[in-house]
Every structure is written in structure tokens, then in C-alpha cells.
Design a protein around this ligand. Structure first.
Ligand code: NAP
Length: 265
């Protein structure tokens, strides 16, 4: 039996175990997916121990995504983003990847949105914002990062290269954009949106990384404006799909994983 898992602190309410175990069941793979919660200063021992125990793969979540970068051999995209959310122990040293980026691009592709040559606005420049900005730029978008703390947006735009940056007062750029992603925590468990509704329009494809609630105020207002809307569970799903495919070499049973995920949301 293979063992996969998630390392984070806290990991109590993770949706990853049912999502991955649904995939193992659908494909008849003899594997389990378990959660691990090491102390915040013990992630190095946790990764070492996982390798020694023969764990096949680990997802990584808050607060360890940056720390793990230094504990594995990161692929070029994870190194540029500065965060690892997936570790593959099939090599020595283990390799590190960032499937949050694939979660973004595959969410748009799944909804028939072509990103190449599009103008994109990313709201937020934290952990999620970094993955989103790199993913969209690599997919061919011209990216503008708008963040409450302008310096953080500027740093992210500079590391992406060719992107522009500003404060939340630059959200008016959404008027001329094709793609909008909320990568702030605004809207999580609250009826609030980081984007004034007057900026939304029918030519936008809008992804909200926030998945609790599933229909955020931003998505509700974007849908009312005629935009294509993509909820945060799709991003969560496709980062898991990408990790599963990387670890197992199988095409993921996307519908089974999606059903398992949405049953828990
Ligand atoms: P983070 O690193 O803490 O970053 C938080 C971001 O939100 C920063 O850009 C911050 O701006 C901004 N922000 C916070 N409060 C704000 C406010 N009141 N007004 C305007 N901006 C505000 O968090 P994260 O890890 O990037 O996560 C952000 C969200 O994405 C969370 O809701 C998380 O659950 C979600 N997420 C979803 C997925 C998925 O698969 N769907 C994956 C990862 C994360 P400052 O820089 O100014 O502080």
C-alpha cells in the first residue's frame, strides 16, 4: 500500500483526504491519504521522517509551503513562486512542485477560457496571489497585480517579470480586462468582496480562490454582471488532480474527485 498525505498546521478540516481517496477508489489503487500536523519548527524533521518511512508523496499547506522549498529539489516553477505544495518522494532528494499554479490554469481551461493573450487582474499578492500571478503569466496573460499593500504587489510583479502592480485603487483596470482572480482572503466566511461591483462586466472570466462559501459575493455580483464565474473549489480540485497525476502517473478521475470534494463543502 502507498501512503500519501498532507502536512500543515493546522490540517484539521482539510478536504484533501476524501478527494484523493475517492481517486484511489475509482481507479482501484491501493493507497491511503492521511494528514500530519508537525510542530511549526519541526517541518525539516517531518520531511526527513516521511522519506525514511517510505511515504510516496506529501501535499504541503500553511505554514510550511516556503520552508519546504529549502528541504527538497524544487522544480523551476516552484522555485520562481517561492513555495512548494507537493513533494514527490520517488527521487532522492525528493522533488518539490507547486500545483496551485496548475489548479488555476486548469480551472480556466475546464471552463473553456483560453488564457493566451488575455489581460488579467490578480487581486492579492500573498501565497495564493503568487501562484496565480505566475500561472497566468506563464499561460500567456498580461498580468496586473492589485494588492492592499502596494509594495507586496510590486515585489510580486517584479519577480513575475513584465507584470504591472498597484494598490486596490487600480482595480478600475478590470474594466479593460478579460480575466479576474481574487487571491485575497476577502469573502472567506463573510459577505464581502474585494472588488467594487461597478468594475465587473460580461466579458470577464472570474475565479475566486476563496471556496467558503462556494458562491462568494464576488462571484454572485460577477454572475449578475454576465461574467463567466469559477468558484474556488475548482482551483482546490485541480491542484489535487495535478498532484495525483504527478504522483501516480494516471489520469485523475476528475469527476469522482470533484464529487467527493463538493460533498464535503
Ligand atoms: P495570505 O498569504 O495571508 O495573503 C492574504 C492576501 O489577502 C494578501 O494579499 C492580503 O493583502 C489580502 N488581504 C487580506 N485581508 C484583506 C482586506 N481586508 N482587504 C484587502 N486585501 C486583504 O493568504 P493566501 O494563502 O494567499 O490565501 C488567500 C485566500 O486564498 C484564502 O481565502 C485561501 O483560503 C484561498 N486559497 C485558496 C486556494 C484554492 O485552492 N482554492 C489555494 C490557496 C489559497 P496584504 O498583502 O495587504 O496583507
Amino acid at each position: 500500500m502507498q501512503v500519501f498525505g498532507l502536512v500543515g498546521n493546522p490540517v484539521g478540516h482539510s478536504l484533501s483526504p476524501p478527494m484523493h481517496e475517492a481517486a484511489y477508489e475509482a481507479l482501484g489503487i491501493d493507497a491511503r491519504y492521511v494528514t500530519f500536523e508537525p510542530a511549526v519548527d519541526e517541518i525539516d524533521r517531518a520531511v526527513e521522517g516521511a522519506a525514511a518511512l517510505g511515504i510516496a508523496g506529501l501535499n504541503v499547506t500553511i505554514p510550511f509551503k516556503r520552508d519546504v522549498l529549502d528541504l527538497v529539489d524544487p522544480d523551476p516553477l516552484a522555485a520562481r513562486i517561492g513555495a512548494v505544495n507537493t513533494v514527490d518522494f520517488s527521487t532522492t532528494p525528493p522533488s518539490g512542485h507547486n500545483t496551485d499554479a496548475a489548479g488555476v490554469t486548469r480551472s480556466f481551461t475546464h471552463h473553456g477560457v483560453d488564457l493566451d493573450g488575455r489581460d488579467a487582474v490578480v487581486v492579492g499578492a500573498g501565497g495564493a496571489g503568487r501562484a496565480v500571478a505566475f500561472a497566468l503569466a506563464d499561460a500567456g496573460c498580461a498580468v496586473h497585480v492589485a494588492n492592499r499593500t502596494v509594495e507586496t504587489a510590486e515585489e510580486l510583479a517584479a519577480s513575475v517579470g513584465g507584470a504591472t502592480a498597484g494598490g486596490l485603487d487600480t482595480l478600475e483596470r478590470i474594466a479593460g480586462a478579460d480575466v479576474l482572480v481574487n487571491a485575497t482572503s476577502v469573502g472567506m466566511d463573510e459577505d464581502a468582496s474585494p472588488v467594487p461591483a461597478e468594475h465587473l462586466h460580461g466579458d470577464l472570466a472570474v475565479l475566486d480562490a476563496v471556496y467558503s462559501p462556494i458562491e462568494t459575493r464576488l462571484l454572485r455580483e460577477a454572475r449578475a454582471a454576465g461574467a463567466t464565474t469559477i468558484d474556488g473549489a475548482w482551483m482546490l480540485l485541480f491542484q489535487g488532480v495535478d498532484a495525483f497525476e504527478r504522483w501516480t502517473g494516471h489520469d485523475a478521475p476528475v469527476d469522482a474527485m470533484n464529487d467527493a470534494l463538493r460533498a464535503r463543502l
